[in-house]
Design a protein around this ligand. Structure first.
Ligand code: HPA
Length: 237
């Protein structure tokens, strides 16, 4: 069976699939981050794409997003669930917790498939999938927040001055979701995001932020996100 649902996330999520096979896909935009896994998950045929590669060797600014999203479209995917890690811009969004963006900001480095045609899509996350994700997150008792995701380019974290600016306009900051959402919209794919809130962004607290803190909270959130994915995949059509 062809997968209609894709999960893009960290390499840890590939173990979710049963009876999976690896498929290498080439696109006119180049190669995706790695081969995709296609297998069974929660009663459906699902494909998984490790955003940073199976060996986790692709930092955010080197990811070929156009190839990633195009590859999924090429194999028949219609719906994408992107799982990302974010920093909280608001004290009340206390990590570790889960964040489901209802909108996003991407003021720099916007990517597009429309290089030779004048087409302007209206960016948005898919509201019907989003409702399901929020409902399912609440039903498993997750500590879940909704709001605006702002994308920075990475790979470095943000300066305190940058966070001081961004916190007036958004709730969490990350490096991937906005590009995936926009490119999916351009290809007519439905996209929803589940973010693992792994830290307070730099300067939100007086203590300094380390990468180790981010990794620790990501590990704490990962089981709950797997459970949420299972429930979401079960109920989306
Ligand atoms: N900033 C940007 N991206 C992130 C962060 C952050 O603080 N935490 C996890 N991904």
């Amino acid at each position: 069976m062809k997968p209609r649902i894709a999960i893009i996330g960290g390499s840890g999520f590939s173990e979710l699939l049963r009876k999976s096979k690896s498929v290498k896909i080439k696109t006119k935009y180049g190669s995706p981050s790695d081969s995709v896994e296609i297998g069974e998950f929660s009663g459906k045929t699902v494909t998984f794409l490790p955003r940073h590669g199976k060996k986790r060797n692709l930092p955010p600014h080197t990811i070929n997003y156009k190839a990633n999203i195009f590859a999924l479209k090429k194999i028949g995917v219609e719906k994408i669930i992107g799982v990302t890690s974010v920093g909280s811009l608001k004290k009340k969004i206390k990590p570790p917790c889960i964040f489901i963006p209802n909108d996003y900001m991407n003021l720099w480095g916007i990517q597009t498939y429309y290089e030779k045609e004048i087409v302007h899509v209206t960016p948005e996350v898919d509201e019907s999938m989003r409702k399901i994700v929020v409902e399912q997150a609440k039903s498993i008792g997750a500590n879940v927040y909704e709001g605006v995701y702002v994308q920075t380019t990475g790979p470095r974290l943000e300066t305190k001055a940058e966070i001081n600016f961004l916190k007036n306009y958004a709730d969490v900051v990350g490096m991937n979701m906005a590009t995936e959402a926009t490119l999916s919209k351009e290809l007519g794919l439905k996209y929803v995001n589940i973010s693992s809130v792994d830290n307070y962004a730099n300067g939100v607290l007086s203590e300094s932020l380390t990468f180790e803190q981010i990794l620790q909270n990501a590990r704490k959130n990962s089981n709950q996100i797997k459970k949420l994915l299972k429930n979401v995949v079960k109920v989306i059509e």
